[in-house]
Design a protein around this ligand. Structure first.
Ligand SMILES: Cc1cc2nc3c(=O)[nH]c(=O)nc-3n(C[C@H](O)[C@H](O)[C@H](O)COP(=O)(O)OP(=O)(O)OC[C@H]3O[C@@H](n4cnc5c(N)ncnc54)[C@H](O)[C@@H]3O)c2cc1C
Length: 387
């Protein structure tokens, strides 16, 4: 028989590496297959925030915010070289769709969900301090609020989690593309193509963390499990020259009033994001000219006179449940899907970079009854993540 693993994980994005780390920490034998490179897809193309997600207040996703703020605290402790707090500013103009009292109420709720820790507090910025805000437009400005969230290098964070998983004994095959899996009694026979050609292994549980490819992977399982109906929604960012001394600005697009972030990033500015329905090969996602114009227009509206020469741009794909409501209001919680007829295959749909560790623990809890008894060797809430 080919080599046996307790868990085979497909996908080396943040969710796949998180499950590999949590699985290895729980004492299981883990193999992760990644077809390209760790964090080659959406996990290096996010807004790079480790945050509760202030905007999820409006869609009532309180448990997601509470969990994410808890995870933010853990990452600030375990990954100080990768995750750091940044001041966020919300300027409220006469034209804003939200009034100052609404922002104040939202921030109070956010602080409560963050257990009123010092990093959950916010303040009202006095008018005399407005002119030091990096050249922010002040005509029509009614109030500015400042609160805290955290920023990371998403690709570096994913790689650090993978290294931690390997330190705990997990194996990585990369590049290695999952080809198919077949159920055989209690086990699955998995085929993947790697540098040496097609290879096989056996596992007790398969975790499908293939991001935008999640349903494509399920097509290659025998018997074929059911799928969740999803929509792919592209989010683009642009990188432009310049610097922001004070922090991150959370503004409304003048065109459609969507939230857009203007962030300092590696001595430049990162502006994002958009929400554009996407169809086609996930590997081919790239910013559209109209998305780039939209982001440039937002930047120059709030920071008049700023240069907006696009030095770089990238697009990531959100995996959202199919639905009638506007993309903005669709749930961002991670969905763990399992067809009862294929109980040893778990698929991870959607989710947040911030909550990857909590998601991975939920996956391990679900699959534990299927796995042989093993002793835990570490607690991921305490494991330091090296840069
Ligand atoms: C625009 C945008 C901004 C975001 N901003 C934030 C943010 O600021 N903060 C936050 O918390 N969350 C954010 N998110 C959410 C977060 O980035 C994603 O939920 C997360 O990165 C998804 O990770 P993943 O591991 O599920 O998927 P991916 O990162 O896409 O990884 C899937 C991996 O599977 C691999 N794969 C696919 N098929 C195969 C196969 N057959 N064999 C082997 N490997 C395969 C792919 O190569 C890929 O590397 C954002 C999302 C988007 C789209």
């Amino acid at each position: 028989m080919s080599k046996y693993y307790d868990i085979v994980v497909i996908g080396g994005g943040i969710h796949g590496v998180g499950v590999a780390q949590a699985g290895a920490a729980a004492g299981y034998e883990v193999l992760l297959l990644e077809q390209d490179d760790i964090a080659a897809a959406t996990s290096s193309r996010s807004s790079k925030l480790i945050h509760g997600g202030l905007r999820y207040l409006e869609s009532g996703q309180f448990s997601l915010i509470r969990e994410s703020l808890r995870e933010r605290e853990i990452l600030l402790r375990t990954a100080p070289g990768l995750v750091h707090l940044v001041p966020f500013y919300i300027p409220v103009y006469e034209t804003n769709s939200r009034r100052p009292w609404q922002i104040r109420t939202g921030l109070s709720l956010y602080a409560l969900l963050g257990n009123l820790r010092s990093a959950a507090r916010f303040r009202h910025l006095p008018r005399r301090q407005w002119d030091r805000l990096d050249g922010l437009r002040t005509d029509g400005l009614r109030a500015v609020y400042q609160y805290w969230d955290a920023q990371t290098d998403d690709g570096a964070l994913s790689k650090a989690v993978m290294r931690s998983a390997q330190d705990l004994g997990a194996e990585l095959e990369c590049p290695a593309r999952f080809v198919q899996a077949q159920s055989q009694d209690e086990l699955l026979e998995v085929s993947f193509s790697a540098e040496g050609g097609e290879q096989r292994c056996h596992c007790r549980v398969l975790v499908n963390a293939a991001g935008a490819w999640v349903n494509e992977v399920l097509e290659h399982l025998t018997p074929r499990p059911s799928q969740q109906a999803v929509e792919l929604v592209q989010g683009s960012h642009i990188l432009v020259p310049g610097e922001l001394k004070w922090g991150i600005y959370y503004v409304e697009s003048p065109r459609d009033r969507r939230a857009v972030l203007i962030m300092p990033w590696q001595d430049k500015l990162l502006v994002g994001t958009t929400e554009t329905p996407y169809a086609g090969d996930p590997a081919a996602a790239k910013p559209l000219p109209q998305e780039i114009d939209y982001l440039k227009e937002t930047l120059q509206h709030y920071f008049p006179g700023r240069e907006a020469e696009v030095l770089d741009s990238y697009a990531g794909l959100r995996v959202l449940p199919q639905g009638q409501s506007a993309v903005f209001h669709r749930p961002r919680e991670t969905l763990l899907h399992r067809d009862p007829r294929s109980a040893n295959v778990i698929s991870v749909y959607g989710g947040k970079l911030t909550a990857y560790r909590a998601t991975a623990l939920k996956v391990i809890k679900l699959i534990r009854p299927l796995l042989p008894a093993r002793g835990a060797i570490a607690d991921t809430a305490c494991l330091p993540l090296r840069v």
